[in-house]
Design a protein around this ligand. Structure first.
Ligand code: NDP
Length: 446
């Protein structure tokens, strides 16, 4: 490791003990940025990177709620307000039993760079709870969401902090939280994004992260005169991002052969076409079933407890969760001919896996660039809310496409190496940093 990065990371790990994912995210960024900062000393003297790695504010609170048996349950609630240099805090809420401070800090940190890359005026934040919506009734989910929002509503607002969805938080949860915010504050405002179409939501918001991830893959492939047409794709996850990544990739002529959940994955060599995807959407979004049921229904193979990366593919779209591709998986992917990875999930590849992609010179789009489409359309939802208008589907999709193209261009501008190879990691990290850093310089030591 570069001794300057090592020195920087020693302080980060000492100050944020035990927060493994946060260290991982900061180190990746520091490796790109420290050489750049040395060449641009104004950022060094103002300690911009040190400040970006320290949240502006962290709110942690108790979330008591009563389950269907009448028993009191207690969860932890969090909101990390990471950086507001270029706009109000913006970032999703995650409800999952693994949620802890380190995971949310890594997500909030990534969000700062991602939001800057979109070119929209949004700062970075993230939040959530260790509450597990799986196996809960709609009534229990509502009770939890209402209690969570009863505290969170003091800290957020359309000009301050605007949460959205993430793992375990979809349209149902956003609806319950919006209802409670409105009730307590007596305000109908764009305080959350990912709202229903009839009450302030934007068309294409549900699709945006998955579609954007595929648009980014398309742009990367374009640099090698390739397209998605006829390519075999491995997707992980079967939630919001995975579903719409599969939809768009299929629409563009690719064949998606895998999807997964936390129990295992299915391999459908014929491809998950539109009808099969509709079936998955009903299974996951309405019946809340398991992906193994797909294997039973369509007579394909199910790999219990495994991840899709052992399947031969041209392009991988990890869309489930962090660190789901390790060194061994990355080796397998590349050795089986995979030449592009576009990350729908946040930090799905471990540092060792990323090293392999870069060493083997494959096309690698890190999450903060490749999955920025979700927050970009959230930004467009905020604009529509402020203007009190609704754009058509095509209009939003066109804007999303353009934003993903622009992010790709930014990555090329800051990430092209001397031999022509595009290092999208450096491109995204430096490209996302400059705007935030310049705003912080202008605003003084706050
Ligand atoms: P969902 O809750 O809709 O879906 C998550 C999917 O990932 C499910 O299939 C889930 O399986 C699987 N999964 C979750 N945790 C694990 C785990 N520990 N191991 C294996 N599989 C797991 O979430 P989203 O689709 O919204 O989010 C997926 C990823 O995309 C996350 O990394 C999120 O941060 C990122 N992201 C999401 C955005 C959005 O707009 N929603 C925006 C940008 C990034 P199971 O059902 O078994 O839990």
């Amino acid at each position: 490791m570069d001794p300057r990065v090592e020195k920087f990371m020693a302080v980060i790990t000492a100050k944020n003990q035990g927060e493994r994912e946060f260290h991982q995210a900061v180190q990746e960024v520091a490796e790109s940025l420290i050489p750049f900062i040395e060449e641009n000393p104004k950022y060094k003297y103002a300690k911009i990177l040190e400040r970006i790695a320290e949240p502006e504010r962290i709110i942690i609170f108790r979330v008591p709620w009563i389950d269907d048996k009448g028993e009191i349950q207690i969860n932890k609630g969090y909101r990390i307000e990471m950086n507001s240099a270029i706009g109000p805090y913006k970032g999703g809420l995650r409800f999952h039993p693994t949620v802890n401070l380190g995971i949310l800090k890594f997500l909030a940190f990534e969000q700062v760079f991602k939001n800057s890359l979109t070119t929209l005026p949004m700062g970075g934040g993230k939040g959530g709870s260790d509450f597990d919506p799986k196996g809960k009734t709609d009534n229990e989910v509502m009770k939890f969401c209402q209690s969570f929002m009863s505290e969170l509503c003091r800290h957020i607002g359309p000009e301050t902090d605007i949460p959205a969805g993430d793992i375990g938080v979809g349209g149902r949860e956003i609806g319950f939280m919006f209802g409670q915010y409105k009730r307590l504050r007596n305000e109908f405002t764009g305080v959350l994004t990912g709202k229903g179409r009839e009450w302030g939501g934007s068309l294409i918001r549900p699709e945006a992260t998955g579609y954007g991830c595929v648009y980014f893959a398309q742009a990367m492939l374009g640099t090698r005169n390739e397209s998605l047409e006829g390519k075999t794709i491995a997707v992980s996850g079967s939630g919001n991002v995975a579903q719409y990544a599969t939809e768009k990739a299929t629409e563009l002529g690719a064949k998606v052969v895998t999807m997964s959940d936390s129990s295992g994955f299915i391999y459908d060599p014929m491809g998950i076409d539109k009808d099969k995807l509709d079936w998955i959407m009903e299974l996951k979004n309405i019946k809340r079933g398991r992906i193994s049921e797909y294997a039973d229904n369509f007579g394909v193979e199910y790999y219990e407890g495994k991840r899709p990366w052992l399947i031969k593919c041209d392009v991988a779209l990890p869309c489930a969760t962090e660190n789901e591709i390790n060194e061994e998986d990355a080796e397998l992917l590349v050795n089986n001919g995979c030449f592009a990875v576009s990350e729908g999930a946040n930090m799905p590849s471990t540092a060792e896996a990323v090293e392999i992609y870069l060493k083997k010179r494959i096309l690698y789009g890190p999450g903060k660039a490749a999955n920025a489409g979700g927050v970009a359309v959230s930004g467009l939802e905020m604009t529509q809310n402020s203007m009190r208008i609704s754009w058509h589907r095509e209009e939003v999709d066109d804007k999303l496409r353009q934003i993903m193209k622009d992010i790709h261009e930014t990555c090329i501008r800051f990430g092209r190496e001397n031999d022509g190879f595009i290092n999208y990691v450096n491109g995204a990290n430096i490209g996302g940093f400059v705007k935030v850093a310049d705003a912080m310089l202008a605003q003084g030591a706050v």
